[in-house]
Ligand binder design. Structure first.
Ligand SMILES: C[S@@+](CC[C@H](N)C(=O)[O-])C[C@H]1O[C@@H](n2cnc3c(N)ncnc32)[C@H](O)[C@@H]1O
Length: 274
C-alpha cells in the first residue's frame, strides 16, 4: 500500500496548500493520480480473486448495464467477478467479423472476451491496461476460455503501444474518466484508429465541472467520479482530436450513486475517411 499512501498524501497536501501544489509539475500531478489508480485497481484484482464469484447483485448490475444473460453465462465466473464498467460497449453494434478491436482499460477482460466472439477467427481483440495484476488476470481468463484471438498488453492509454491506423474499433468501459490527460487519450485513439473506424465507449460524465479541490480527492477520482468531464467538454476534446459524428447518450445516474454529480453514458464517434 506504500504507493497509494504516498499518492494520497501528495493529493491531500495539494488540496490544503496552493504553495505545495505549486511545487508539482503537471507531469508529477498526473503520475500521482495514476499511482493511486493503479493501487486501487490492483487491490480490486486481488480482492475479487480471493472472494471468487458471484453474488446475484453483481449479475443483476451487469444485466442492467446491457449485457445479456447468455453473454454472462458464456464467461468464466472470474471474468464476471472482475468486471467494473458502467455499460456494455460491445452491445453498440460497432464490431464486425474480421475487425481488429482495441479495448482501453480492459480490466479483467469482460469486453475483450465478448468482442472476441464477434470478430471471429479472422479478427483480433487487444486489451490495454496499466495495472499489472489486471493484465495477468485477464490473460488467465482468456486462457480459461480458450480465446486464441485476444491479447492483453500492459501500458497506458495516453501512450498506446500500437502502430498508426492499425485498428477498426476502439472500445472502452469506464476508464477515460480516470485519465488525468484525456486530450492525449483522444489524440492517441485518433492515431491508432483506421480512417472510417469507430469509437464505442461507456463512461462517466460530469453534470457540472468539478473544482480543483474536488479533483484532489483520490478516493473519488479512483471511483470514476471527480475525474469525469462534462458532456460539452467531452465532445469538444473528441472533436479537437479529429473525430466527427460525436454522439453522447445518457444512460442512468452514476454507478457510484445518484448524487455524485456524474452520469453513465455511451459515447460514439468516427474517424473521418478523409
Ligand atoms: C473501472 S475499471 C474498468 C475495467 C473494464 N473496462 C471493465 O469494464 O470491467 C478501470 C480499468 O482501467 C485501467 N486504467 C485506468 N486508467 C488507465 C490508464 N491511464 N491507462 C491504462 N489503463 C488504465 C485500470 O487499471 C482498470 O483496470
Amino acid at each position: 500500500m506504500t504507493g497509494l499512501v504516498s499518492g494520497v498524501s501528495l493529493f491531500r497536501n495539494a488540496q490544503h496548500s496552493t504553495w505545495i501544489l505549486g511545487l508539482f509539475t503537471l507531469e508529477e500531478k498526473e503520475r500521482t493520480i495514476k499511482t493511486a489508480v493503479i493501487e486501487s485497481y490492483s487491490s480490486l484484482a486481488k480482492e475479487t480473486e480471493l472472494a471468487g464469484c458471484c453474488d446475484s447483485s453483481k449479475t443483476d448490475k451487469l444485466l442492467r448495464y446491457g449485457y445479456s444473460a447468455e453473454e454472462l453465462a458464456s464467461l468464466p465466473e472470474s471474468v464476471v467477478a472482475m468486471s467494473d464498467g458502467c455499460g456494455n460497449p460491445t452491445g453498440l453494434g460497432m464490431i464486425r467479423e474480421g475487425d481488429v478491436v482495441l479495448d482501453l482499460g480492459s480490466g479483467g477482460g469482460i469486453d475483450v472476451l465478448l468482442a472476441s466472439k464477434k470478430v471471429g477467427k479472422t479478427g483480433r481483440v487487444i486489451g490495454l491496461d496499466m495495472t499489472p495484476e489486471m493484465v495477468q488476470r485477464a490473460t488467465a481468463n482468456a486462457k480459461r476460455m480458450g480465446a486464441a484471438n485476444v491479447e492483453f498488453k500492459l501500458g497506458e492509454i495516453e501512450q498506446i503501444p500500437l502502430d498508426d491506423e492499425s485498428v477498426n474499433v476502439i472500445m472502452s468501459n469506464c476508464v477515460i474518466c480516470l485519465s488525468p490527460d484525456k486530450q492525449k487519450v483522444f489524440q492517441e485513439m485518433s492515431r491508432v484508429l483506421r480512417k472510417g473506424g469507430a469509437l464505442a465507449i461507456a463512461d462517466e460524465v460530469a453534470v457540472r465541472p468539478f473544482s480543483e479541490e474536488e479533483k484532489g480527492d483520490p478516493g473519488k477520482w479512483c471511483s470514476c467520479i471527480t475525474g469525469a468531464v462534462t458532456e460539452s467538454r467531452y465532445t469538444e476534446m473528441l472533436e479537437d482530436a479529429g473525430f466527427t459524428e460525436v454522439y453522447l447518450k445518457q444512460l442512468r445516474p452514476s454507478m457510484s450513486g445518484p448524487s455524485q454529480g456524474v452520469f453513465s453514458a455511451f459515447v460514439s464517434a468516427v474517424k473521418p475517411l478523409k
